[in-house]
Design a protein around this ligand. Structure first.
Ligand SMILES: [Zn+2]
Length: 66
């Protein structure tokens, strides 16, 4: 079994783990409700995509009843 010759320093470990966290940094803003959402995906808050409603969001209806 191949083994690493030297142990990685704690700074090198931190750099690697820091980069892993940045990968989820692509967030776009919904043009309808202006909440953060993932790009090329339906907005989970209002269910809008490309300027029209694609899915019915049940959470919003419950809030309106209260
Ligand atoms: Zn939205």
């Amino acid at each position: 079994m191949p083994l690493p010759k030297r142990r990685h320093s704690s700074s090198r470990q931190g750099k690697r783990r820091g980069e892993q966290k940045i990968k989820v940094s692509s967030i776009s803003v919904c043009p309808n409700c202006k909440s953060p959402k993932l790009p090329h995906r339906i907005c989970p808050v209002c269910g809008y995509y490309k300027g029209r409603q694609v899915i019915q969001v049940k959470k919003k209806e419950k809030e309106e009843k209260k």
